[in-house]
Design a protein around this ligand. Structure first.
Ligand code: SAH
Length: 475
């Protein structure tokens, strides 16, 4: 049976897709229903029909699933951010465990029984809301010409006004309202993507959850330094009243692009960076040990968005690296040196590589602030720096740790790792699909996956962090 657009069907949801969509079948015809949860019986309307399957909109929940919970945010269906907010936290964890597992099998080519034998249970978190230490809010104008900030409605660039995201820091609302008020009073226009005119594009807010320090960075469309914000003292005067305010800056981005941040940042008030402490945790129960490393974080640097869960990720990575104090370790995609510095305490020497110069500046400062001197950082692309150093005979390694962005490692990086031939590779990943693709290359190059563990860093979303350990078996 084939169906067409606007048909209304009743379907029992029996599976969940990688992006959180509910999947069910009617007479052998597959329906993908966004916002429907496994176990729901729903009525839905087809929005896009193909020969064997269709995408459908959830119309009514006829019988709710046992794993369905009341969503906390009233925008959760419109916003692309929290795809699985209507699922219980336990069900979210089970979904993520299975997502990593099936990527390893389907994409990584690993045997299902083998994966089930080595895979450890996913590590959940205590705080499933308000855990994000970073948020980037687009600024724009609504249909009636009002200044608004909030979030893009799923897969569009229409801004839905909401200053109170359920994943962000409590202070975000007050900060955003303060900035909007200033913009209205001083006639500062929002940036308009369609014309390339206007001033304020995005507002970046970061909070060190341990230090309590807050950073605000306004991303501005301007090429003339100093003229970006008229009467900026008025804005600063209000912002500094907010508890924890430590750094106020502007970032210049005049390009017609979707990339949020530009390359130049000017501090208008306070410090250039905020600080935060990541604690070492007990590997078995993930309780904090009290020993921490304090990091400076500048606006352009990457910093894990869920600090408490990042501690668990780093702990698993360190456990998997299995260091004795004699090893030379490379930390590729090192950011501000978070993993590098934890590794350095247990290794002979650590080398970090990262493409963003400001992050390496932070990393070097972080090493010296924490009194760690057996680590050296290089600015550049992992695929270039590692390959060039290897060609010069300067890239020996016992262990290599990689923590690439979602797109995974460049092929060249993997090839160079195989040529260097470290005993172990620890792969930290925020996208298990690209990780599975990359580990297949490493397996073909003589490595075997020995350990796997997921960590939930991104509650309410379909994203999952995972760490794997690969051992060299043949050269
Ligand atoms: N390990 C760090 C950062 C991980 S995020 C932490 O846990 O905090 C990934 C990092 O890779 C980002 O800092 C990004 O700027 C950097 N990056 C992206 N592409 C890169 C490349 N080709 N070479 C080196 N670093 C890269």
């Amino acid at each position: 049976m084939e169906y067409t657009k606007n048909d209304i069907l009743t379907v029992k949801i029996e599976d969940i897709g990688d992006n959180g969509e509910g999947i069910g079948k009617v007479n052998g015809y597959t329906l993908f229903v966004k916002d429907a949860v496994i176990g729901d019986t729903v009525s839905c309307k087809i929005v896009k029909a193909k020969k064997n399957y269709a995408y459908a909109r959830l119309m009514e929940i006829l019988e709710p699933s046992k794993i369905r919970v009341a969503p906390v945010c009233k925008y959760h269906r419109q916003c692309g951010g929290c795809q699985i907010q209507a699922m219980s936290y336990e069900a979210q964890l089970a979904f993520k465990q299975n997502k990593v597992r099936s990527h390893l099998i389907r994409i990584g080519g690993l045997d299902a029984e083998y994966v089930d034998r080595i895979m450890e249970p996913i590590v959940g978190g205590e705080n499933h809301f308000h855990y994000r230490n970073k948020a980037q809010f687009p600024v724009g104008t609504d249909k009636d010409g009002n200044l608004v900030t909030g979030f893009y409605a799923g897969r569009t660039h229409d801004i839905i006004a909401n200053t109170d995201c359920a994943l962000g820091a409590e202070e975000n609302k007050e900060i955003l309202e303060c900035i909007l008020k200033y913009m209205k009073e001083c006639g500062v226009p929002a940036y308009d993507e369609k014309t390339g005119q206007g001033a304020v594009r995005h507002i970046l807010i970061r909070k060190g959850f341990d230090s309590g320090e807050i950073m605000v960075c306004l991303v501005i469309n301007s090429t003339r330094r100093g003229e970006f914000l008229p009467e900026k003292e008025k804005l600063i005067h209000e912002l500094v009243k907010i508890r924890g305010m430590s750094s106020i800056s502007v970032c210049i981005n005049s390009k017609r692009t979707n990339v949020i941040m530009g390359e130049d940042v000017y501090t208008m008030w306070g410090k250039r960076t905020i600080s935060d402490t990541i604690y070492a945790v007990d590997t078995e129960e993930f309780a904090r040990t009290g020993q921490g490393v304090t990091f400076c974080i500048s606006p352009l640097s990457f910093y894990q968005v869920n600090s408490r869960q990042a501690e668990k990720v780093y702990s698993v990575a360190l456990e998997y690296a299995n260091l004795t104090g004699r090893e030379t370790v490379w930390d590729l995609y090192c950011g501000i040196g978070t993993i590098s510095l934890f590794l350095a305490k247990a290794a002979k020497q650590v080398y970090g590589v990262e493409v963003i110069p400001q992050a390496i500046e932070d990393a070097r400062r972080n090493a010296s602030n924490n009194g760690i001197d057996n680590v050296e950082f290089f600015v550049g692309k992992a695929e270039e720096v590692l390959t060039e150093m290897y060609a010069r005979g300067e890239a020996g390694a016992d262990v290599i740790v990689v923590d690439p962005p979602r797109k995974g490692c460049e092929k060249e990086t993997l090839d160079t790792i195989i040529r260097i031939g470290p005993e172990r590779v620890v792969y930290v990943s925020c996208d298990s699909a690209t990780m599975a693709r990359d580990l297949k290359v490493l397996c073909d190059g003589g490595y075997r996956v020995e350990k796997v563990r997921g960590i939930d860093q991104f509650g309410q979303t379909v994203h999952v962090e995972s760490v794997i350990m690969m051992q060299l078996v043949e050269k």
